[in-house]
Design a protein around this ligand. Structure first.
Ligand code: 5GP
Ligand code: ZN
Length: 112
């Protein structure tokens, strides 16, 4: 738990979220500002700042996130989706608690 981290507060339940999945290591909830008809975030419960601070010990957790993405996407009614990880300020990261965006629905997403 990192103080002042918005996703740690969501994990703790101090800030409400529209949760779609939870287990002992991960939580997934809808993004508050969706960029597609379906847009959710998969977030490790443990505070990890970004991909830049991931190490070999996080390998299984990262794999678990990637395998969860299609499962939840299908549950949300998507037939395809885009996944995105913003890393570092230059990578467009705004919340410095690792998360994978999963979004889709509606029109086919543009190529980039
Ligand atoms: P980043 O740019 O760090 O990859 O994206 C952070 C994402 O978190 C943004 O898409 C933003 O809309 C979402 N977000 C920020 N604060 C909250 C919040 O309090 N609740 C939810 N559900 N999403 C949030
Ligand atoms: Zn955090």
């Amino acid at each position: 738990m990192s103080q002042d981290c918005i996703f740690c507060k969501i994990v703790k339940g101090d800030i409400p979220s529209n949760k779609i999945y939870e287990d002992d290591e991960l939580i997934a909830f809808h993004d508050i500002h969706p960029i597609a008809p379906v847009h959710f975030l998969i977030v490790p419960k443990r505070h990890i700042e970004s991909l830049l601070t991931c190490e070999a010990q996080h390998q299984a957790l990262l794999g678990k996130i990637m395998l969860l993405a299609p499962k939840l996407a299908m549950e949300q009614g998507l037939k395809g989706f885009r996944s995105m990880i913003n890393t570092g300020r230059e990578g467009g990261q705004e919340v410095f608690h690792l998360h994978v965006h999963v979004f889709g629905g509606g029109e086919t997403l543009p190529r980039t």
